[in-house]
Design a protein around this ligand. Structure first.
Ligand code: SF4
Length: 697
């Protein structure tokens, strides 16, 4: 028997980007585990990826190209050859490109986070065609924009340092489900005496395990941050030296936050004023003692109308108390901008040639439901005639799902999907192409939760006729007659060039070495903002932002109420009085893993969690079948009656495949396509619904 161990990287949309070890015997992957030597992974994979072999060798894998033989949405396909699939796609795209290439749309996101199987060869292909660009906003762009306005970049506290903090605010996230390795550090901090405070309208698994939990109304986190600032200023819990040297606009900020008394904050957030006082004083006094205070803010809270502003406000807090002076202080939303990516080289935007008649067009992935249904017009440009979907499952994931499905059901739309499984989106495809999984291809990964570049070596040969995304776009480029040398770059060459070698953060980076060792830690100094040096225009933490003013936003921290809440939309709330959020189910990762039986078995079916008082008011008991609905749609679920959601909130842990639910629907039937204040992102958690008991069947 020939057994070897291969170094790999977890490809999924998770901040932890684990380093993995795959045992391969006679060409078959037989075991997978976290690399014990990787400091962040520390030998631990989450329950989802611990089942990665079950997913890789799943009997439902798509192993051959297929073409549609039934109505759109029914998922009826016949196997075809690669030649037939590629010829069909190339013919159709060429014919569309002749009259307007912008009618072709790529649709992709973070099905893999890899630099090679993500947007390298694919973007070269779409740039060369002259296709519409895709604004990839669906997850994090609101928070990213807010963070950049305040501190200049998606950077922050090193996850490995959190264990040395004395106070950690875990704000808008449930790391046990979706940032496990941060949670391990937070637990270590607690063992050393740190205080953990969860801030979340839902008492999640994480909130259950923190010493304290504060549950503001969804969409009011920006107000809570303003209230904390008010108390810090009022009680002089400030680091005046840090503020004077390394911040901009403190005087204007002081005036602004004077309005945000604990009473006003409490009324806005639906919590007690005493809790606002307590939290602010805990934060300020811990910092004033010279101890490290850290905030792990996550993407949950930015999925509301004012989500960008919420992150901006929270990102101002560490500078007020001088928390950045400590390696274990500050705030972390994402470390993504720490990585010196060579996106221009990988994606080759120079291949794109716009002209006056056909100016470049960008489609927002978050409004794909509406945009697929738009006709040609002067403002919109050409109607979308072809969509090429890879690393994404928009029919289940994009907001206002009924509109999305209606768009993909258009008989005149040509849809190609690169996939591992027959997802809800695959059911609408004209051509389906079998893509390799992470064990079957080369890749290299940056991350948004730590500071390591992680290498992925192929462990096994592609199953069936599956091919890497990069190879599929290489072959399509050949079929389309694109002869630029960049279309011949191998995956290894792409990986080798994915990051700038010799950058201040990658002084000794070398791909050949990283492939062997498995990872490379960026040379980011500890406490990168201890002496300012923020990558903002002023080089300071900007309480006042001239860029925001230029972008049409309030230049100071403020509060933007939700689109849909009892306070901001009272008429709507009379019909639909319950707020709904749809955070990740622990055993799913977006829609990945929902079809892995052993993981789905833990949930069984979609659930809707209600507060006991809201359930009683509707005659609902635990286990009842319920219908949640609003003006956009409805979904059925099994009721879970607890005191974990705050009163007035229902929680639909997600994201279920629609076809695996009894009514073939999921929570996105109820979400809408209105966008956040900045970053053009969807407001998934800014939704009102009504709920009733329905008969079981
Ligand atoms: S999903 Fe996250 S925690 Fe799980 S193995 Fe992948 S990177 Fe690690």
């Amino acid at each position: 028997m020939n057994t070897r161990v291969v170094r790999a990287a977890c490809p999924h949309d998770c901040p932890d980007t684990c380093a993995m070890l795959v045992t391969v015997t006679d060409g078959v992957a037989t075991a997978i585990r976290g690399d014990p030597d990787h400091p962040n992974t520390a030998g631990v994979l989450c329950t989802k990826v611990a089942r990665y072999l079950e997913r890789t060798y799943h009997s439902d894998r798509i192993l051959h190209p297929m073409k549609r033989i039934g109505p759109k949405g029914q998922g009826q396909f016949a196997q075809i050859s690669w030649d037939e699939a590629l010829d069909t796609i190339a013919d159709r795209l060429q014919s569309i490109a002749k009259h307007d290439p912008r009618a072709i749309l790529p649709y992709s996101f973070a099905g893999t986070m890899g630099a090679v199987q993500g947007e390298s060869m694919a973007m070269r292909f779409f740039h060369r065609i002259g296709a519409s660009q895709l604004d990839r906003t669906i997850c994090s762009s609101a928070g990213g924009a807010g963070l950049r306005y305040s501190i200049g970049a998606k950077m922050g506290t090193d996850t490995e340092q959190f264990e040395h903090a004395r106070l950690i605010l875990i704000w808008g996230g449930n790391p046990i489900a979706s940032n496990l390795h941060f949670w391990m550090r937070a637990q270590e901090a607690r063992r050393k005496g740190a205080v953990l405070v969860a801030i979340d309208p839902y008492r999640s698994l994480t909130a259950e395990k923190c010493q304290h939990h504060i549950a503001p109304l969804p969409g009011t986190d920006a107000a809570l941050a303003l209230g904390i600032m008010h108390v810090l200023v009022r009680d002089n819990l400030l680091d005046h030296d840090y503020i004077a040297r390394y911040t901009l606009g403190f005087d204007q900020l002081r005036e602004r936050v004077a309005e945000w008394t604990p009473a006003r904050t409490a009324a806005t957030c639906g919590i007690d004023a005493a809790r606002v006082e307590w939290l602010a004083r805990l934060y300020g006094e811990t910092a004033a003692r010279g101890e490290a205070v850290a905030i792990r803010v996550n993407y949950g809270l930015q999925r509301v109308r004012g989500g960008g502003m919420a992150v901006r406000n929270i990102a101002c807090l560490p500078a007020l108390v001088g928390a950045w002076r400590h390696a274990a202080g500050g705030v972390l939303l994402s470390s993504g901008d720490s990585f010196p990516r060579r996106s221009d080289w990988l994606e080759r935007p120079d291949l794109y040639r716009a002209d006056a008649l056909r100016p470049a067009r960008t489609i927002n992935m978050s409004t794909i439901g509406d945009d697929l249904l738009r006709a040609t017009s002067h403002d919109f440009g050409p109607a979308i005639e072809a969509v090429i979907v890879y690393n994404a499952n928009p029919v289940a994931v994009a907001p206002e799902s009924a509109r999305v499905a209606q768009g993909f059901a258009r008989s005149d739309l040509f849809t190609v999907v690169l996939e591992h499984f027959r997802t809800d989106t695959v059911d609408y495809a004209d051509i389906v192409l079998p893509a390799t999984t992470q064990l079957e291809h080369v890749d290299v990964h940056a991350t948004y939760g730590h500071q390591y570049i992680v290498a992925n070596n192929p462990a096994i040969a592609p199953l069936g006729e599956a091919k890497p995304n990069s190879e599929i776009f290489r072959l399509l480029a050949q079929r389309m007659g694109f002869d630029e040398p960049c279309f011949a770059d191998s995956d290894d060459e792409l990986a080798a060039q994915a990051f700038e070698a010799g950058h201040v953060y990658t002084k000794n980076y070398d791909w050949q070495d990283v492939k062997l060792r498995g990872w490379y830690k960026l040379d980011v100094p500890p406490a990168p903002f201890a002496e300012g040096g923020f990558p903002t225009p002023s080089g300071k933490c900007e309480f006042y932002s001239e860029r925001m003013l230029q972008d049409g936003l309030d230049p100071l921290p403020t509060y933007i109420p939700p689109y849909e809440s009892v306070a901001s939309a009272p008429d709507l709330a009379r019909q639909y009085p319950l707020a709904m959020i749809s955070p990740p189910q622990r055993n799913f990762l977006n829609t990945t893993f929902v079809n892995v039986q052993s993981l789905r078995d833990t949930e069984g079916e979609p659930h809707l969690e209600l507060h006991v008082d809201d359930a009683n008011a509707r005659g609902i008991v635990d286990g009842d079948r319920v219908r949640a609905w609003n003006g956009r749609g409805e979904m059925l679920a099994r009721a879970r009656v607890t005191d974990r959601p705050r009163r007035g909130l229902v929680v639909a842990l997600s994201i279920w495949w629609k076809k695996l639910a009894s009514d073939r629907k999921n929570a996105n039937e109820l979400t809408h396509q209105r966008l956040t204040d900045m970053g053009r992102a969807p407001a998934f958690y800014d939704v009102l619904v009504q709920v009733e008991k329905v008969p079981d069947h």
